[in-house]
Ligand binder design. Structure first.
Ligand SMILES: [Zn+2]
Length: 205
């Protein structure tokens, strides 16, 4: 079903001389999850870097396994009256270098030499919205690097903690792993072993 999206990109591994250029397929998640809400913050200036580092028209690209799990989470949330809104999906490694130049601070930005799971198509930043797309209260805003963004945070309103748990249950139920410091960030299990990718947001031609 995923290959029916027709989105096949040739990917190049950065670093070293690859013996054979691996081909990996990233999928535009919005073509598979029709009610997915896109709010790709790095394609705007509304992010902690205060700079637009993604091109206009950037899409939510993810590995097929990530999209499959995201679809499961969206399916589980729909009957509860929620939809998923994504803040960040695949991030080209070139952008990781750009971010690192702006803010070379581990904990805020992953060192591009190591790469982030976002560079592998194996991480997604997201929140809940209502069926109508209205904001749902969470403990913090996206990319708020404070203890209030931790999963163990017991402050804030009960509603915000409840929403964080609804998202967590749906995402873990679909086989993602939470990040204990960032309520919005979920990883594909084993993603750190996957290749770092550098493909453009829009297909050539
Ligand atoms: Zn993230």
């Amino acid at each position: 079903m995923l290959s029916a999206t027709g989105l096949t990109l040739t990917l190049a591994l950065l670093g070293g001389a690859p013996k054979a250029a691996p081909r990996t397929e990233l999928v535009d998640a919005a073509t598979v999850i029709p009610d997915l809400v896109l709010d790709l913050r790095y394609a705007t200036k509304d992010n902690f870097l205060k700079k637009q580092v993604y091109p206009d028209g950037a899409r939510c690209l993810l590995l097929p396994d990530s999209v499959k799990r995201l679809t499961q989470a969206a399916d589980a949330l729909r009957p509860q009256g929620y939809r998923l809104k994504v803040y960040d999906c695949y991030r080209p490694r070139a952008v990781q270098y750009e971010m690192w130049k702006i803010l070379p601070k581990p904990g805020y930005v992953a060192d591009p030499r190591k790469g982030s799971n976002h560079n592998r198509g194996g991480a997604v930043d997201l929140t809940l919205v209502t069926k109508d797309g209205a904001e749902v209260e969470m403990p913090t805003a996206f990319d708020d690097f404070t203890p209030a963004a931790h999963h163990g945070y017991t402050g804030g309103t009960p509603a915000s903690r409840e929403h964080r748990e609804v998202l967590r249950k749906a995402m873990e139920g679909a086989g993602f792993q939470r990040n204990k410091m960032e309520w919005w960030h979920y990883d594909l299990p084993g993603a750190t072993k996957l290749p770092v990718l550098d493909v453009p947001f829009t297909p050539a031609g």
